[in-house]
Design a protein around this ligand. Structure first.
Ligand SMILES: C[S@@+](CC[C@H](N)C(=O)[O-])C[C@H]1O[C@@H](n2cnc3c(N)ncnc32)[C@H](O)[C@@H]1O
Length: 230
């Protein structure tokens, strides 16, 4: 099965749980971790896109910051839940089912796009395809925020990777056990900050790189005329 279907199947099987449900206070911890960084970038009326939004905990949080927020995810189950929450809250958030590597938007549709903690699901080629799209979709001076962990900083000296790491694809084999459902494959690409920066910078301009946790980083790119090589 292609990796994209494997990951979608895993997220549909895991569905919505307390830490991902925007209506459950246990999901707030994740949101709070990133709120203070996003608050500095989001201004009222800004059109924002949450890439890989799941059930929308961060999408709703960005709406609360004043943004006009859209979330996209290829897992149908969490998106349907996000839509129900939006309806109940009378929220203006839009949620669409789709692959972030082939977005259905035209030029100048968003002012900010955020990829929060899910770069590992993208292959190296997919991040480049996403960056090319964002160059088009984001407004002039629009912002692309990547929140990611550096796998080298995280794993250095701690694990024997040989059994689970595919050197050529840069992909870790991993499994996730979902209670009452079984064990699901959840492959994960090993990203470093340097490599992500190298790929996105071909198309967007790096404005800021900040370490926000033990091995977590926030990268802020801007869509400026003339940046990028393609
Ligand atoms: C770790 S979760 C992050 C969830 C979300 N950012 C949040 O705050 O709850 C990763 C999400 O990214 C989605 N995802 C991964 N690759 C994707 C792709 N290529 N297109 C759309 N969604 C994707 C998964 O379905 C999953 O919901």
């Amino acid at each position: 099965m292609p990796t994209i279907d494997v990951i979608r199947e895993m997220y549909n099987a895991s569905g919505v749980h307390p830490t991902t449900d925007p209506d459950d206070p246990r999901s707030h911890c994740f949101v709070d971790r990133y709120k203070k960084h996003l608050c500095k970038l989001i201004t009222p009326g800004m059109r924002v896109l949450d890439l890989g939004c799941n059930a929308g905990r961060l999408t709703f949080a960005m709406e609360d910051m004043g943004a006009i927020a859209t979330g996209v995810d290829f897992a149908e189950i969490p998106i349907l839940h996000a839509k129900k929450v939006a309806y109940r809250r009378k929220s203006q958030c839009q949620f669409i089912i789709g692959d972030i590597v082939s977005l259905p938007y035209k030029g100048n549709t968003f002012d900010l796009a955020v990829l929060p903690q899910n770069i590992g699901y993208l292959s190296y080629q997919s991040l480049e395809l996403l960056s090319v799209q964002l160059k088009e979709i984001l407004s002039e001076n629009g912002i692309f925020v990547v929140i990611m962990q550096d796998e080298l900083v995280k794993r250095a000296g701690k694990e024997n990777l040989q059994d689970c790491y595919n050197v050529q694809a840069g992909q870790m084999r991993a499994n996730t056990t979902i209670p009452n459902k079984g064990v699901y494959a959840s492959p994960w690409h090993c990203w470093t900050v340097a490599f992500a920066k190298y790929i996105v910078e071909k198309h967007l301009h790096l404005q800021k790189l900040e370490q926000i946790g033990e091995y977590k980083f926030l990268l802020v790119f801007r869509n400026k005329q003339g940046n990028g090589s393609l």
